[in-house]
Design a protein around this ligand. Structure first.
Ligand SMILES: *Cc1c(COP(=O)(O)O)cnc(C)c1O
Length: 361
């Protein structure tokens, strides 16, 4: 049996007719740029998250860039995030001429809240907690800290569409919340796409200008900006798939629950958190490379998110020279993401469980 890490072809087959119709509408109307379907999707997505506004942008990295841009950061301003995130979070900070500052993660892969305060200086402007793998950062504590030090909070929700923290949905805590609709995310387009959610009218307006070359009326350029628009065809696809997001998320959590119950205790399983939406199912073991190789030989595709901590990447080695982030470094050697996607069948999951358990027996 061959088990893919995720199955986008199956995903498309399940929504084919609706998606084809939605794309056909865009083609028929030839409303490719800033078409009405973009604002329809923005309204529907804002409603799903529970924010007043969602601003569609071209991808998740751009979402972070646009969010940081409208905070008017100056060169040398500092933005705190975590060492075990995807590179995009940190690249977005750098691309706004700000300086990224890293903290370690805690036992559950979330930003270690106890490590934030010692990193705050008079140049710190914002904190970007990342709801990695679909768990949520400790937003209660982070919002208290941010308020105390007068900092903006941008939630990186790229892996957390629908995740909750103490019953409140991710993306409704901070000033801005950045989503990616990369094909493999909980809500995935069939190409690149992203959005920023907010309740702040002023920031929403600034983002709408910024993503569209500083203009709302054609050729009236009022502010600096770039082309970071959400594509109409992707918006149409997302609008269809948004209707299935709750179903997809329920499937993910059912699969995660089964993994938690049936995988051997010889590997470290993630805690089961009913508030999370399991974007990735990440286990830990000191025999990670051997396990990954063994599973590959059985036809099971796995992933590592992420094998190289930010401060050890070529891009950032120099900036963070001499800094160590103990947990992030340890986990980078141990983590393995098992196949998990809404369309995964019981037989496919049984096969994975059987072989993981066999490896350890
Ligand atoms: C996917 C991802 C991004 C970037 O999104 P893209 O759409 O791929 O640009 C940012 N942050 C995290 C945590 C991600 O997983």
């Amino acid at each position: 049996m061959n088990i893919p890490f995720l199955d986008l072809k199956q995903n498309y087959r399940n929504v084919k007719d609706e998606v084809n119709d939605a794309i056909q509408d865009v083609l028929t109307n030839a409303s490719y740029i800033n078409g009405p379907i973009v604002s329809t999707f923005e309204n529907n997505f804002a409603k799903y998250i529970g924010t007043k506004y969602a601003v569609g942008v071209s991808n998740g990295t751009t979402a972070l860039e646009v969010a940081l841009k409208v905070l008017d950061l100056k060169e040398g301003d500092e933005v705190i995030t975590q060492a075990n995130t995807f590179i995009a979070t940190v690249l977005a900070i750098s691309s706004c001429q700000a300086t990224p500052v890293l903290v370690d993660c805690d036992d559950d892969f979330m930003m270690d809240v106890s490590k934030i305060e010692s990193k705050i200086t008079n140049k710190t402007k914002a904190i970007i907690p990342v709801h990695l793998y679909g768990y949520t950062a400790n937003m209660t504590e982070i919002m208290i800290l941010a308020k105390k030090h007068n900092l903006f909070v941008i939630e990186d929700c790229a892996q957390a569409h629908g995740s909750k923290h103490n019953g409140q949905i991710a993306g409704t805590f901070g000033d801005l919340a950045c989503f990616s609709f990369y094909p493999g995310k909980n809500l995935g387009a069939y190409g690149d796409a992203g959005a920023v959610c907010t309740n702040n009218f002023e920031l929403k307006e600034k983002m709408e200008y910024y993503r569209n070359l500083g203009s709302k009326i054609k050729y009236h350029h009022e502010t600096l900006g770039t082309n970071a628009r959400l594509d109409s065809i992707q918006a149409a696809i997302l609008n269809v798939k948004l209707r299935y997001l709750s179903t997809y998320n329920r499937c993910r959590n059912r699969l995660a629950n089964t993994y938690c119950e049936r995988l051997t205790d010889k590997l470290l399983k993630p805690k089961y958190d009913p508030d999370a939406i399991y974007h990735l199912y990440v286990v830990r073991t000191d025999k990670r490379d051997e396990l990954q190789q063994y599973l590959r030989e059985q036809g099971i595709e796995t992933g590592v998110h992420y094998p190289i901590p930010i401060h050890k990447t070529g891009t950032y080695k120099q900036l963070f020279e001499g800094e160590t982030f103990e947990k992030t470094e340890q986990y980078a050697e141990q983590i393995l993401s098992l196949p998990m996607f809404p369309e995964m069948s019981e037989a496919q999951q049984n096969y994975v469980i059987e072989h993981v358990n066999k490896f350890f027996s």
